[in-house]
Design a protein around this ligand. Structure first.
Ligand code: SAM
Length: 220
């Protein structure tokens, strides 16, 4: 969790409305997820000049053809991870850093990988400014995971994959969960993959639309 600097927050009302008008009606029930989304200043992660749109019910561009996901989708993915607080979590697709910040409020350690250097540098600056101390960032192809830090209790992929990358399944701890959008270029299904020993069980949650997961075990 970050250290709060106590500064007044001009977007506090907008953020409360995001929770009460989007997340609760959208079916989010995990009180820890709701509280984290009510705390993290999403406006700090959007592109400059778009702060007033930060709490609207939509994804927003963050440059380099990429997006910060819609708040409800961030909440659905986070809730699907079924976090209790002790986990080490790997995120693929740092983007703005917002999802990593939400996770950092809820777990022990977050590892996040972004393939676009400029986005990773931008996210690092924002997360540093907000004083997150339990997030490690890496630039690279997240479809290959982060083998030196594996296994992970949870893995979340925030870009659409053509299939579940083998490497990520290998790096998932026994009893762990992987949340990933899988499908075509335009529409995917958000899947939860649970690991029990060498067995993997899939449970599909909802249709979704993410930018492409590009990499050795993703789209070319
Ligand atoms: N989680 C992000 C946030 O909170 O802002 C949103 C992620 S955005 C929808 C998807 C991100 O995945 C993009 O920034 C894209 O560059 C990144 N990405 C795509 N393929 C990747 C890969 N193989 N490894 C790491 N990042 C990847």
């Amino acid at each position: 969790m970050r250290k709060n600097n106590g500064a007044p927050d001009p977007y506090a009302v907008a953020r409360r409305r995001m929770v009460s008008e989007q997340l609760i009606p959208g079916g989010i029930r995990d009180s820890r997820v709701i509280e984290a989304m009510g705390r993290v200043p999403r406006h700090a992660f959007v592109s400059q000049g778009m702060e007033d749109q930060a709490y609207l019910d939509r994804p927003l561009p963050i440059g380099m053809g990429q997006t910060i996901s819609q708040p409800l989708m961030v909440a659905i993915m986070t809730e699907s991870l079924a976090l209790c607080g002790t986990e080490r979590v790997l995120e693929i697709g740092t983007g703005s850093g917002y999802q990593a910040a939400i996770l950092a409020e809820l777990v022990r350690e977050v590892f996040t990988i972004e393939r676009i250097k400029d986005l990773s540098i931008r996210a690092r600056k924002i997360l540093y400014r907000l004083r997150y101390e339990n997030i490690k960032l890496r630039i690279g192809d997240g479809t290959l995971g982060w083998p030196e830090e594996a296994p992970f209790d949870r893995i979340v992929v925030t870009a659409g994959a053509p299939s579940v990358p083998e490497e990520l399944m290998k790096q998932l701890a026994d009893g762990g969960r992987l949340v990933i959008p899988v499908g075509g270029e335009d529409v995917q299904i958000l899947d939860i993959i649970s690991r029990s020993g060498e067995e993997f069980h899939k449970h599909s949650i909802t249709a979704c639309r993410f930018v492409k997961l590009v990499g050795a075990q993703g789209w070319q």
